[in-house]
Design a binder for this molecule. Structure first.
Ligand SMILES: *Cc1c(COP(=O)(O)O)cnc(C)c1O
Length: 385
């Protein structure tokens, strides 16, 4: 076995697909120290710049003092602290859903929810560009798993129409993590009503960013329905860690009994929940942060003038710059890094072959000067590479 692992790693390296971890020597922020060198970073999902906010650090320190550092046991034994409970109620109210349930990560939430809500005789309909953990959620369930072309409402309708499954669940990213575009959520809801299906949305990149006050993609479209269940992560715009699922009370009650990654797993420390309560408050009060973020997005889109490469159409903080080849994308990323700017190269299998790209992510904590520097460096890279 060890020999075949070694061969596979060598193969990856030969194909320009070997991934390497950068060693971070500073807090997560716009200006970071990685591998002991300073960089301007466009790598993180900390879209509102909350991961290193002094007031949140103070809340976490205090909460650790009064609730300890560990949860001790699963939620159904003695691990469910009042801080967890308070955060769940606050999140449900913020996203205007009847109830919410915390998971330790978004990955855990997706495999837990799909595994619990669907089974033999049911069907899941999933966008081809969904995040990997929604696909894994499909494996955890015994439901039939159908994938439809990205954002293709007509193809999805065909599949739903032909389906004889007992329960039908559409599962989609609300904002696509490597493309930045938004799913046609109103059209999906109409299909749910027409074909008696339900909609499970992964709003990892919409929560905190979209909506009137950062409530996420559903608020962005002004949509509410008992047919919708939404998951959002708390390690991205919320700046901390974890995830929650929100929906009808009966859905949450059912997940507490049946989502295995909830039942058989130790919850994140209560101090994290206390910190997240403060973070959700900052999100709610963060209209100025979002205004800055959207001004930076507009600036980048208006000022990046490209000949060979292409900025994908996206109105969110994720701005993908498609280069094409794997080695070529890596070369662009390395060129920028030599200028002191970090933008990750994203290669297959994370994105389809031939669409390797730089995933630029903007944050409310960036300044206009930061983005100007990025635009100039990309222009320079395109002319010399
Ligand atoms: C990051 C991400 C997840 C996983 O969330 P974690 O909390 O990091 O495990 C799930 N779905 C999408 C779309 C994501 O981008």
């Amino acid at each position: 076995m060890l020999n075949s692992l070694k061969l596979e790693l060598e193969q990856r390296k030969a194909n320009g697909l070997l991934r390497q971890r950068r060693l971070l020597d500073s807090p997560q922020a716009e200006h970071i120290v990685a591998n002991q060198k300073p960089y301007l970073s466009f790598c993180s999902n900390d879209y509102l710049g909350l991961a290193n906010r002094p007031e949140l650090i103070a809340v976490m320190q205090k909460a650790a003092g009064d609730s300890g550092v560990g949860s001790g046991a699963s939620n159904l034994i003695t691990g469910h602290h009042r801080y967890h409970d308070t955060l769940e109620k606050q999140l449900a109210s913020f996203v205007e859903m009847p109830a919410a349930l915390l998971f330790s990560t978004g990955y855990m939430a997706n495999i837990g929810v799909l595994g619990a809500l669907t089974g033999r005789g049911d069907a899941i309909f999933a966008d081809k560009l969904n995040h990997a953990c929604l696909n894994d959620g499909g494996y955890f369930s015994y439901a039939d798993f159908h994938r439809y072309p990205h954002n293709d409402v007509a193809a999805l309708e065909k599949l739903l129409k032909a389906s004889t499954a007992k329960h039908k669940l559409i599962a989609a990213d609300a904002v696509f993590s490597m493309d930045g575009d938004i799913a046609p959520i109103p059209e999906y809801l109409a299909l749910c009503e027409k074909y008696d299906a339900y909609l499970y949305l992964d709003d990892a990149h919409g929560f905190g960013v979209l909506g009137a006050h950062g409530q996420g993609s559903l608020n962005h479209f002004n949509i509410k329905s008992p047919r919708i269940i939404v998951m959002a992560t708390l390690g991205k715009a919320a700046g901390v860690a974890g995830a929650f699922v929100a929906g009808e009370q009966v859905v949450i009650d059912y997940l507490i009994q049946k989502a295995k990654s909830y039942v058989y797993s130790t919850p994140a420390p209560p101090a994290l929940s206390a910190t997240l309560s403060a973070s959700v408050h900052l999100i709610e009060q963060g209209d100025d942060l979002r205004a800055n973020l959207f001004a930076l997005i507009a600036y980048l889109k208006a000022n990046l003038k490209l000949k060979k490469w292409k900025l994908l159409e996206s109105d969110t903080a994720i701005q993908p710059l498609v280069i094409g080849g794997n080695e070529e994308s890596l070369a662009v990323s390395e060129y920028l890094q030599a200028q002191g700017i970090l933008v990750p190269a994203i290669r297959p299998p994370t994105v389809p072959a031939g669409t390797a790209r730089l995933r630029i992510s903007l944050s409310a904590a960036h300044t206009l000067d930061d983005v100007k520097q990025l635009v100039a460096a990309i222009h320079q890279a395109e002319s010399v590479l």
